[in-house]
Design a protein. Structure first.
Lengths: 683, 551
């Protein structure tokens, strides 16, 4: 009944009812983040004793979290509402009352599944990939910590608890990216990720200040339903853009995307976890959660949409000329995140989340496959030195094939449905230019991903078995043969000998590949048509876009849009086939994309150098100035005061003669002066 | 009046004077205890001869009080009587211990009775206290007397265990020490309660004369002799000046009662010139007791030379009592002359704060450093006086309590260090203390942090309240000077900490002696430093409620 009334009020848009729930799986929801936290603590404490068994402990914890999430999903399906699970009052200071509640609705359930599901697979995969690393246990501890952080983030019932998880994610990503901190550039990459994210955090914090100032609360249940009645257009734009600033850092959008490609320094499972399933999705999640602010301001939405489109374009162009197997995937992640922001900015909130889910499947798969390849190729990452791996590692090849077709948006693979629906939403809401750009980027995406796929797996091998290799692995001293005291190392161990012997990876690595492969293939079934079941499932969570005032859309109908995006994908693949497969059949392997723009793309448009020049050098100047100021002025002042005091003291202490007569004289003089002063005043 | 049960007066028999025993019950306990201790000293070896009758008498008096409905004082009397016998029976073969325990029990009893005074007499309904003057207007029962009693008795209670082993080490554990200490404490408490000039002066002399002797107590030590003699010489002169000032006040107003003086000073018939002369001389005389510049010069010499436990007692308790007299004199008697004294006292406070902090910078002796620090703290406490308001009144009372527990903790640590060094404790003697005896160094650090006013210590809570009162009264400049002085002072407190923790211990340095008594006293003081810093609420509310003056 209430539901119907609410629906009537919001013009046919069904909004969630807020219910306080302490029973069922939702009553136990606090265990979802708590279990990995316990795992983190246990592995950290007992890691030395558990050794490689700590992987089972950590993986078990992740799996428990996943099963709980599934239970929660079923409860939300049975009782679709915004469930609030109250836990305790976190901060109580006058007007500022922050309770620590968990907030579980349809969106949360989706995020929980993605995070714990892909997270668990990454745990399983890491057992094989990290085997023999000297800090093997610690890696699993960090993985658990990361999972905990991300779950705190998605379960937060107000902006501050969300921010708590937000910061924890920043910390744990720093630990994971810099896992092989012995190498200077890896440590630097971790630092870069952390600092870039801090920039976004500031923006997020300011947004929270503004929200608290205007609403007097930070709880979603207080703020989000009231957004329309409390805020003026300008205030909504401000909040939306400040939140966007925070999201742009976590989700790697222009201008804060620079940390993500460098973050490949971490072990490959970390890339899969951070760049597919967890950290980078946080920004998209935040924007969708805060969609009530976005729909109040067309300007903000336009800015978000264009940021996404330009990010997608820039990253796709750069990806075309990268040669590192992981770097290509990194830029493709940035590009795909751009699509998600296009979705958010053009009113396709559910579509954005849908793409987030399918992307988690196929991008997680791609990274894990890349890891499997690196594992086989003794950590070689240059795709020009690969080729022909199809026969050597069939499972990796077939699963990669699925992922490649999914990201290239070829039906019926999952990526096609989600990407196409985002572009459809953009077109139907009047963002024709953004749509056109999106189609162009789709061509580029299909092209560079095909290049990645063809050069890695097809053609003749550009390596010879048994050739001696320099171990260019990141971990100084890690993966050393014979590191394993038990002596019964799995087959993964022989990847690290000094001669190249490509081989298929162990089962702990291939099983996650297969699972993700199936999901990438079938994930589209969640929402086969544009307004399918997934769309209606999320509809009560996201804000209605009816009041935004989008421009009229063009004449193209939905079937025509679908055809165009299929053609775009095929076009990209076809071009890549001509460029890389046909030519390699003739035994020629030069790079076909040449010219000044390609050079620019290879140099990543000199963005890093630009930032270096602007921020780092400028910052150093400012810091130097500060140091000078501190040394001369502040220290000078302090030392001056100090020496002044000391010299004053040297003079004054002479009054302390030790003779009682002097003391008495002082008293007498003091009394006389007092008398004189007082008598002068009364006269 | 309160305890005046005069059943005979109604039936036309001899008129019995009304004596409000409750108004000086704690002091009564102390005086009786002091006499008892002297008796113990005389009857060495046969102390039970004294203890049993005293115990019986106290018990009988207690029972009588209980039947009269005065349950709490009766219980205290019975407990003290029983304690006397128990102590003599228990540790009778060690006379010094008997003395210390008896004196401690008396101080504890006095402390309990002080709280009883507040609960049963001043604020029987809870909340804000009502003030009254008793004994013909010579003794006041108000916030000043209450807080002075609490501070003084607490100090006495803690100083006894701290000094017990120290006196033995220096070979000066003679039986007159505790009686003198108790008498001095009695004088201080009376000074806090004195509501007329005569009582005030007598109380001042009781406390001073006992202290003169205590300062020279280590009579074979030249520095102790010097300390006692200097204190005596300068103190007598100060008393003379104070007495002269009081005489002039009497001349101009014709009354000895402080409240009446306050009223009379506003009248046109009163000679202002004579009154102002009196004000000037009283300021000089009382400024000596609380060590305001330029009447402070005795402080470093006396503090350095006196036995360290006496120094601790002086710094904590004498200061509190002196300020009690200052508050009563200026807020009550000189209330109408505020235009004259406020700027002058403010000036004295400013000079005192700066002087104390600056000169401490170049000192090498730890006791001397703490002496200068006490001068600076007198300046901070004076800010509350200058504020001339209820907030200032309660602020100063509160500040003195926090300073007392802090300085007790600090001097207690010095006692422990000094017991090995036999004499001076120089700055370099603290080297590496953090390594050789970390607990002691930790507590000393806590005390120093509190002296510097760093949260969450008592010193911070104290400074905060006083500075707030100062700002509320419009003395921003004075508070700024106070803060600057704190910054300068922080330097030498930090230097002490640096010595303890950052430098290596000198070879062959002996580890300080931490006996049970010292640990007991210092630990309680340190716990109070933290408690008052973290939970100032309870006593601060009491200080606010007690901010009433008996007029």
């Amino acid at each position: 009944m209430t539901n119907l009334l609410l629906a009537a009020e919001s013009g046919g848009h069904a909004a969630n009812q807020v219910v306080e729930t302490t029973s069922g799986a939702i009553g136990l929801a606090y265990l979802v983040p708590l279990v990995p936290l316990v795992g983190f603590a246990l592995v950290l404490l007992l890691g030395r004793r558990l050794r490689e068994r700590s992987a089972f402990l950590a993986t078990g914890m992740a799996a428990v979290s996943f099963l709980l999430s599934v239970a929660i999903l079923f409860q939300v399906i049975g009782d679709p509402a915004a469930h609030v699970r109250p836990l305790f009052t976190w901060i109580g200071a006058g007007d500022l009352q922050i309770t620590y509640d968990l907030y579980i609705d349809q969106l949360t359930a989706v995020m929980l599944l993605v995070v714990t599901g892909v997270g668990t697979l990454v745990h399983v995969y890491s057992y094989g990939y990290m085997y023999g690393d000297e800090r093997f246990e610690r890696f699993f501890a960090y993985l658990n910590l990361f999972l905990f952080s991300m779950l705190v983030l998605v379960l937060g019932a107000n902006f501050l608890t969300l921010f708590l998880g937000w910061e924890l994610v920043g910390l744990s990503s720093y630990l994971l990216i810099g896992f092989w901190f012995e190498k200077r550039e890896y440590a630097a990459a971790a630092k870069k990720a952390f600092i870039t994210n801090r920039v976004g955090d500031v923006s997020f914090m300011v947004a929270m200040f503004v929200i608290f100032n205007l609403f007097g609360s930070l709880a979603f249940t207080d703020v989000l339903p009231e957004a329309g009645s409390v805020l003026s257009g300008g205030q909504a734009t401000l909040i939306a853009l400040l939140l966007m600033g925070g999201a742009a850092a976590k989700s790697a959008q222009i201008p804060l995307y620079v940390w993500l490609p460098d973050a490949m320094a971490g072990p490959t499972p970390v890339s899969a976890l951070i760049h597919a399933a967890t950290m980078v999705t946080a920004g998209v999640y935040l924007m969708v959660r805060a969609s009530s602010f976005l729909v109040l301001s067309l300007e903000a939405m336009t800015i978000v949409a264009w940021t996404g489109a330009l990010t997608a374009l820039l990253a796709a162009v750069i990806a075309i000329r990268q040669d590192d197997i992981k770097k290509i995937l990194a830029y493709s992640t940035v590009s795909q995140l751009g699509y998600m922001f296009i979705g958010v900015g053009t009113g396709g909130f559910s579509e954005g989340i849908f793409h987030l889910v399918t992307h988690a499947f196929f991008k997680g798969l791609l990274f894990l496959a890349a890891g499997s390849v690196m594992h086989a190729m003794a950590n070689r990452t240059d795709i020009w030195k690969m080729g022909g791996l199809r026969k050597v590692m069939p499972i990796t090849f077939w699963t990669s094939l699925v992922a490649w077709l999914a990201i290239s948006a070829i039906p019926p693979f999952s990526g096609f449905f989600s990407k196409d629906q985002i572009l459809t939403a953009a077109y139907e809401n009047g963002f024709t230019a953004v749509w056109a750009l999106g189609i162009f980027v789709a061509v580029l995406t299909a092209f560079y991903m095909s290049r990645w796929f063809f050069l890695t797996f097809l053609g003749e091998p550009r390596w010879t078995a048994g050739e001696p290799i320099a171990d260019d692995h990141g971990g100084g001293g890690s993966h050393v043969p014979g590191d394993d005291p038990t002596g019964d190392a799995p087959s993964s161990q022989d990847a690290h000998v000094t001669h190249l012997h490509p081989h298929e990876s162990p089962a702990s690595m291939t099983v996650p590949l297969v699972v993700l492969g199936v999901l990438s293939l079938l994930g589209g079934a969640l929402n086969l048509t544009h307004h399918g079941p997934f769309y209606s499932w999320l509809e009560p969570v996201v804000a209605s876009t009816e009041e935004v005032g989008f421009a009229e859309h063009g004449a193209l109908t939905e079937p025509m849009l679908i055809v165009i995006s299929v053609v775009a994908g095929l076009l990209g693949i076809g071009l890549a086939y001509l460029a890389y497969v046909r030519r390699s059949l003739r035994g020629v392997h030069p790079e076909v994309v040449r010219g000044p723009i390609a050079e620019l793309a290879e140099r990543k448009f000199y963005v890093d150098e630009l930032y270096q020049a602007i921020f780092v050098r400028f910052g150093r100047r400012v810091a130097d100035g500060m140091v000078w100021f501190d040394r001369t002025v502040v220290d000078g002042l302090v030392n001056g005061v100090g020496s002044l005091s000391t010299s004053t003291a040297r003079v004054t202490r002479r009054s302390q003669t030790g003779f009682a007569r002097g003391y008495l004289a002082s008293m007498a003089v003091g009394a006389i002066v007092l008398i004189a002063v007082l008598l002068i005043q009364v006269r | 009046m309160i305890l005046a049960q005069a059943p005979g007066s109604a039936s036309g028999m001899l008129p019995t004077p009304d004596v409000a025993w409750s108004s000086f019950a704690p002091e009564l306990v102390l005086v009786v205890a002091a006499l008892l201790l002297l008796m113990f000293a005389i009857t060495e070896g046969r102390q039970l001869l004294v203890a049993i009758p005293t115990g019986l008498l106290a018990g009988a008096a207690g029972v009588w009080l209980v039947t009269q409905g005065r349950v709490a004082p009766g219980a205290v009397a019975i407990a003290l009587g029983a304690a006397t016998v128990a102590i003599v029976v228990g540790v009778g073969e060690r006379p010094p211990l008997v003395q210390a325990f008896t004196a401690g029990a008396a101080a504890l009893g006095a402390l309990v009775l002080s709280f009883w005074q507040y609960v049963a007499v001043m604020a029987p309904d809870g909340g804000t206290a009502t003030a009254s003057t008793l004994l013909g207007g010579s003794v006041a029962m108000d916030g000043i007397s209450l807080f002075t009693r609490i501070t003084v008795y607490l100090t006495t209670l803690l100083v006894i265990p701290i000094g017990y082993g120290y006196l033995q080490d220096r070979g000066v554990d003679r039986p007159e020490f505790e009686p003198l200490l108790l008498l001095s404490a009695t004088g201080m408490a009376l000074l806090g309660a004195a509501a007329d000039l005569i009582t005030l002066f007598i109380a001042l002399e009781i406390l001073s004369i006992a202290l003169y002797i205590l300062c020279g107590f280590a009579r074979r030590d030249r520095r102790s002799q010097e300390s006692g003699l200097k204190y005596f010489l300068t103190g007598s002169v100060a008393s003379a000046i104070l007495l002269y000032g009081m005489a002039l006040l009497y001349v101009s107003t014709g009354t000895l009662d402080l409240g009446a003086i306050g009223t009379a000073l506003g009248l046109v018939t009163t000679s202002e010139r004579v009154a102002v002369l009196g004000l000037a001389l009283v300021t000089a005389g009382i400024g000596f007791k609380i060590a305001l510049v330029p009447f402070h010069l005795w402080t470093p010499d006396v503090y350095q030379g006196a036995p360290t436990n006496v120094t601790a007692f002086m710094a904590a308790a004498t200061k509190a009592a002196g300020f009690a007299a200052v508050l009563r004199l200026y807020l009550l008697a000189f209330g109408r002359l505020e235009d004259l004294w406020v700027p002058i006292v403010a000036g004295l406070a400013a000079v005192t704060m700066i002087y104390g902090a600056v000169v401490a910078l170049v000192q090498r002796d730890v006791k001397r450093i703490l002496a200068f620090s006490s001068i600076a703290h007198a300046g901070y406490a004076t800010i509350g006086v200058v504020a001339n308001s209820d907030a200032g009144l309660s602020g100063t009372l509160w500040y003195l309590l926090t300073y007392a527990v802090t300085t007790l903790a600090a001097f207690g640590c010095v006692v422990a260090i000094e017991r090995r060094r036999r004499g001076e404790v120089a700055l370099v003697d603290l080297r590496g203390l953090g390594r050789t005896s970390p607990a002691l160094a930790g507590i000393l650090t806590l005390a120093l942090l509190s002296l510097a006013g760093i949260p969450p210590t008592a010193g911070f809570a104290g400074k905060l309240v006083v500075f707030q009162a100062g700002i509320a009264a419009g003395f921003e400049w004075l508070v700024v000077i106070g803060v600057v002085s704190s910054v300068i002072a922080a330097f030498f407190y930090l230097r002490l900490m640096g010595m303890m923790f950052l430098e290596d211990p000198v070879e062959g340095t002996e580890v300080p002696v931490v006996s049970t008594g010292v640990s007991f006293g210092v630990a309680i003081a340190a716990a109070l430093v933290i408690y008052l810093g973290v939970q100032p609420g309870v006593l601060l509310t009491l200080a606010d409620n007690a901010a009433v003056l008996a007029r």
